[in-house]
Write a protein of this length. Structure first.
Length: 297
């Protein structure tokens, strides 16, 4: 009986020792084992949302811009935008954005003299042709659009993951919402009467006088159709935290299609001649932004 008790005690002790060793080994493995990767989280870690603001300079290609009386000026526009980028691989991705576009042409017109071909009727019911001389004017036309950029991206990370650089290539679809035409400055208006072969000047009641336009002389034109442009941008991003990056870069677009404002019939030939017609638009700009990396776990 005593021998049986001793054997049972030894067997129990051996079992407890083996169990403790197994549990300890299991805890050791769990401490050093890498956590399981959630494939869904890994996918979303490649998703970036950016909020950007930029300055844009538009360059208009138009036949009026080549005339010696026209001198191009520079007007910078603020361009707010938001974009979403998904990296398919470590370096290659694609994205889509939404931005409020503004494209402004600015020209100074000097030493312009012209006689209109369109006939008008004065207060005495006589027919005349307007003559405009000694122009000292400034023309501004602003196109406002809603833009959708579509692009592919190359991105690479350096400096232990803190700094990355990128380049985007794609197209921009611009849907125009409004077009504003503004004229400021002075010009002399005369009237030529072909029936009498005489030119009248200095009669304010007939509007033959020095005319003055100011910044409030703004006219809204009909919005043109959609414009399709090529799109290129490049820049760098710096990680402020594991989730937030700051971005700086440059961008440019080139209009594949031309735009032309819709001019109302009430416009005189003179005013129509000062409005840029069919134009191609090229833009260059600088932008800064904040990028948020989603689900960075």
């Amino acid at each position: 009986m005593k021998r049986t008790i001793i054997l049972f005690t030894l067997l129990t002790a051996s079992t407890l020792i083996l169990t403790n060793q197994s549990v300890a080994s299991g805890w050791e493995k769990s401490l050093y084992q890498e956590p399981a990767v959630n494939s869904n989280t890994e996918i979303f870690q490649r998703l970036y949302i950016g909020l950007n603001g930029g300055l844009n300079l538009a360059i208009f290609g138009n036949q009026n811009a080549t005339k010696p009386e026209w001198q191009a000026g520079n007007v910078l526009n603020i361009i707010p935008s938001v974009d979403v980028t998904y990296l398919v691989t470590k370096n290659i991705g694609a994205g889509i954005g939404l931005r409020l576009g503004n494209f402004t042409s600015s020209y100074k017109i000097a030493n312009l003299s012209t006689q209109l071909e369109r006939e008008f009727v004065d207060i005495d019911q006589d027919t005349y042709l307007p003559i405009y001389e000694n122009a000292n004017l400034e023309e501004n036309t602003t196109y406002t659009s809603l833009d959708i950029p579509l692009f592919v991206r190359y991105q690479n990370t350096i400096n232990a993951g803190k700094l990355s650089y990128f380049a985007n290539l794609g197209v921009v679809m611009s849907s125009f919402m409004s077009t504003d035409f503004n004229l400021s400055g002075t010009i002399t208006r005369k009237g030529y009467y072909p029936d009498f072969n005489v030119v009248l000047n200095g009669y304010p009641e007939y509007k033959y006088d020095d005319l003055e336009y100011n910044e409030n002389s703004s006219m809204e034109l009909g919005a043109p159709k959609m414009m399709v442009s090529g799109y290129l941008s490049a820049g760098a991003m710096y990680s402020v935290t594991s989730d937030i990056l700051v971005k700086v870069g440059i961008s440019g677009t080139y209009g594949f299609t031309k735009v032309e404002p819709v001019i109302e019939d009430s416009f005189s030939d003179f005013h129509s001649s000062l409005i840029l017609g069919s134009s191609s638009i090229t833009s260059v700009g600088f932008e800064v932004g904040v990028v948020y990396k989603l689900f960075n776990k």
